[in-house]
Design a protein around this ligand. Structure first.
Ligand code: URA
Length: 449
């Protein structure tokens, strides 16, 4: 195998001999393909894509780079959710314990921050002591005890995705339908699931902002899932503004706990409830496509179950047990001052009275990375205390001088820089503005157009 020839082949859109991507990837795992060659390969895929055969070869080599779990001994259906990545996207922190409270087993394997988006692992690790590096037996014990475990890609599960994910995050090679699809589906298929729900983000803060691309990504992943016998369905959700009112790590944990307590914010609660309802339906229906009315009825009863488990406090108690079991300090759930605290907090005042027209998610996400809340180099340590809270949303009415956002920073100079990003990211006008994207967009089921 000549790695240069494979990179050139992808660059030129050639039909490479079967097995080429497999040998390239296996060579990388053995240390025979260098990081710079893999970066060049990834960039070639970003520009030229992959054929269907190449994509299924990539998914297969990524999936079988590690173990595939057999969780068939669990007495309840195993269903997970994965998001394509967003700003302020703390859905998993609420959804995983909630879905377990609704009677599913949720073997959730998540990622770290990627590009301008945050990652569930980084958020969870802002709870003092929380471990995301459980052994597989600890992971399984959690599932057996509480129906939920939340970990990162281990050395055992999809190790190739773990390495590629880190490299893509720092080499500008995230935004690619085949790379995102292979990354997500390889680790999800390794979880030994019955069902999978994909939250595909659309809008300016998504890796693929255009609806047509988001739909193609959704269809690609749903058909990979079906080809591997997992009931997979996708839902488009809005990412033309941050989700909820916080962006960062510790601040997002605090907001997720508020949602688990049955409080808001409304957009987060709506997305979580909808995706849990989809998980319940996926568990009950498997891969079969119901008639519209049947699906609607089932979804509504799933929503009701999800809302009831949030409002009863059951989901929060389940999260508390998960935090304790994974070594975290459960007191941080009742007392947010036990989460990492920033040195500086500063409000950004509105320049005028009027209505919020837009809140640009990518800029806010990048500002969190700049403040140290995300990575620009492989293996970098992050500062979980930095970020934004109290973020206004499009359509909100504001008074001149009232806070648009509160900046959480490690120093006064970082806060100043973030302040100017916020001023450029939040547009306030006197008249009310255009409607943002609908929070919940199209559903993609197996075989749907
Ligand atoms: N989430 C993943 O796990 N991988 C991607 O490539 C993008 C989002």
């Amino acid at each position: 195998m000549n790695p240069v020839r494979i990179i050139e082949g992808i660059r030129e859109g050639d039909k490479l001999p079967p097995g080429s991507l497999r040998s390239f990837m296996e060579g990388y795992l053995r240390g025979e393909v260098e990081e710079y060659q893999m970066s060049a390969f990834l960039m070639a895929v970003v520009f030229r894509g992959l054929s269907d055969d190449q994509l299924s070869e990539l998914v297969s080599v990524m999936l079988y780079s590690g173990a595939v779990l057999d969780l068939s001994h669990l007495p309840v259906p195993r269903v997970d959710k994965h998001s394509t990545g967003g700003v302020g996207d703390k859905v998993s922190l609420v959804l995983a314990p909630l879905a377990a409270e609704c009677g599913l087993a949720v073997p959730m394997m998540s990622g770290r921050g990627l590009g301008h988006t945050g990652g569930t692992l980084d958020k969870l690790e802002s709870i003092p002591g929380f471990r995301t590096d459980l052994s597989l037996s600890e992971f399984q014990e959690g599932l057996e005890a509480d129906g939920v475990s939340m970990i990162g890609q281990t050395r055992e599960i999809a190790p190739l995705d773990r390495r590629l994910y880190e490299l893509r995050s720092v080499s500008g090679t995230v935004a690619s339908i085949p790379l995102i699809a292979a990354s997500i589906m390889s680790k999800k298929l390794a979880e030994g699931l019955n069902g999978l729900v994909l939250d595909v983000k659309v809008g300016s803060g998504a890796f693929l902002p255009r609806e047509a691309d988001a739909l193609e990504l959704a269809r690609t992943m749903v058909s990979i899932g079906a080809a591997h016998g997992v009931a997979t369905r996708a839902r488009l959700t809005a990412m033309d503004r941050p989700l909820g009112r916080t962006v960062g790590n510790a601040v997002e944990v605090q907001e997720a706990v508020e949602c688990l307590r049955g409080e808001g914010p409304d957009d987060l609660r709506t997305v979580v409830v909808e995706l849990v309802a989809e998980m319940i339906v996926a568990a009950e229906m498997g891969g079969s496509a119901a008639d519209e009315h049947g699906a609607d009825r089932d979804l509504e009863s799933g929503r009701e179950r999800a809302r009831a488990s949030l409002d009863s406090g059951g989901a929060l108690e389940r999260f508390r047990r998960l935090v304790e079991r994974q070594g975290g300090d459960p007191r941080a759930l009742d007392d947010p001052t036990r989460l990492p605290q920033p040195s500086v907090r500063q409000d950004v005042p509105s320049p005028r009275s009027g209505f919020v027209h837009s809140v640009e998610p990518v800029r806010l996400g990048r500002a969190v990375v700049e403040m140290g809340g995300g990575r620009t180099r492989l293996g970098q340590r992050i500062d979980p205390s930095v970020g934004f809270s109290g973020i206004v949303q499009p359509g909100d009415a504001v008074e001149e001088g009232a806070p648009l956002v509160t900046v959480h920073a490690a120093s006064a100079s970082d806060a100043r820089a973030a302040l100017s990003v916020v001023r450029d990211s939040v547009a306030v006008e006197q008249e009310s503005g255009p409607a943002p994207l609908p929070l919940l967009g199209r559903r993609i089921l197996p075989g749907s157009p």
